[in-house]
Structure formats: C-alpha cells, structure tokens
Design a protein around this ligand. Structure first.
Ligand code: MN
Length: 247
C-alpha cells in the first residue's frame, strides 16, 4: 500500500494515524504545510520506517507563513522530500497569489541549489502557472503533481516536463479525474489519499485507503489489479532512487 500524499499531523489523532500505517505496512509520504511543523511531524514517525516526512509550505498559507522560508532553507539539507508546495488558484486564495508565487519560486530555487528534491505539488486551478515555474527551474528535482485537476493539454505538457502523478480514490470519483488518469504514463503514477482532507462518502480517508484507487486504475488501464500493484511498487522504487539516501 502506498499513500504518497497524506497529512498525518492533521488527523485528530496523529499518533493513532501513524500507528495504523505501521500496522498496515503502508508506505507514506507524510507532507507538511509549514516548515515549523516538519520536525514534530517527522518525530511522530520515528518507529515507522515506511513513512517519509516531506518539508513543505502550502500555497494556501503562503501569505501567512512566508517568514518561515528561512527555516525551510535551514531544514532542507535534512529532508530528501519536499511538499506540500505549489500554487492554489481558487478564489479564496487568488488575492494572495503574488505571495504564493514568491514562496514557490524561492522553494524551487532552494531545491535547485540543494541538488534537486522529490516534490509533492499542489496545482489546483493553477496548473499552467505551476508548469511555467517548473519549466523555469528544471534542476529543482522530480515534481509529483498531486490530485491533478488540469486540462488534458496541461497534462500533456506536465508529462513532457517529466512530472510524476499521485492519484487517489477521491480524484478518481470525477469523470475528469478518470480521463486524466487514463492518459498518465503508467510508470510515473503512485497512489495517494490527501487524508484527512481527501474524503469518500463524507469520511476522511486514511493512508491504507489509497488501495481503493487500484481497482479503478486497473479498469482505466485495462490491466489486472496485480499488474497495477506491480507498476505502483516499481514507481515507488524509482522515486526512492530519485530521492537518494533516505533521511
Ligand atoms: Mn494535501
């Protein structure tokens, strides 16, 4: 089981969520929304070797937390993974778009200077802007677009730019999400939940629920669920190699 984008520190019982992942043997990319949350979130997972904790600064809080960029830069040498970062184009956050761009640009430059990072990226209603910035920072690392909701044209461009994708059961509920997943390169896809924000039937998803995406991917890709699981494991191994020595 692979959940490559979950907010373990934002469940009502974070330690309980980590313990469930440990018991289920789930591989998790535990993303954070502020640099100040990174160390505590990483400590939560000390006894869970399949959990990696990513250093992030979420675009929805970029305007409130931009002062934490210096902390981000200090911590970056200790983190092989970066996320959640990116841009959010929804109307509630559009007034702060210039702050978001400044924060994302700073992070991409820091990742370039650090030799590149595996990055879990938010691009809701801002896919073209995200892709423009990734194109401007080609050495920032390996972008993994999480819960991608752009157009098919934007998807094609993302594929050309070398992006990877994390897709989950909530995304695959929509017709657009299913069409996009059908067109994604199958060796560059991993599963995710975006829990506790990702929900199904009004219930927050837990990392083990990422497996609910597998039968849908099998159907869309006309493969057996076993073949999809093999692809997902291969993608996870490739990402691990791209991330380099684990920290
Ligand atoms: Mn998220």
């Amino acid at each position: 089981m692979i959940d490559f984008h979950a907010h373990l520190d934002l469940y009502p019982d974070p330690a309980g969520a980590v313990e469930l992942c440990r018991q289920n043997g789930t591989y998790v990319l535990s993303v954070t929304t502020t640099p100040s949350a990174w160390l505590g979130t990483k400590r939560l997972a000390i006894a869970a070797p399949r959990i990696r904790t990513a250093l992030g600064l979420h675009p929805q809080v970029a305007h409130q937390r931009k002062r934490e960029l210096s902390l981000f830069d200090t911590l970056l040498s200790d983190s092989a993974y970066v996320g959640e970062i990116g841009l959010e184009g929804g109307k509630d956050w559009k007034p702060y778009f210039s702050d978001q761009v400044a924060v994302f640009d700073h992070i991409l430059k820091s990742c370039e200077q650090a030799g590149g990072r595996v990055m879990s990226i938010h691009s809701r209603q801002a896919a073209t802007d995200v892709l423009n910035m990734l194109e401007a920072h080609p050495r920032s690392g390996t972008p993994i677009l999480h819960w991608f909701t752009g157009t098919q044209k934007e998807l094609a461009r993302a594929i050309d730019l070398g992006c990877w994708f994390s897709v989950g059961p909530a995304m695959l509920k929509s017709a657009n999400g299913r069409s996009l997943a059908t067109l994604m390169p199958r060796d560059r896809v991993v599963t995710e939940t975006d829990g506790p924000f990702g929900m199904l039937q009004r219930r927050p998803l837990f990392p083990a629920d990422a497996a609910l995406a597998i039968p849908t991917l099998a159907e869309l890709w006309a493969l057996s669920t076993e073949d999809v699981e093999t692809l997902l494991r291969g993608a996870l191994t490739s990402i691990g190699r791209l991330a380099g020595p684990q920290k």
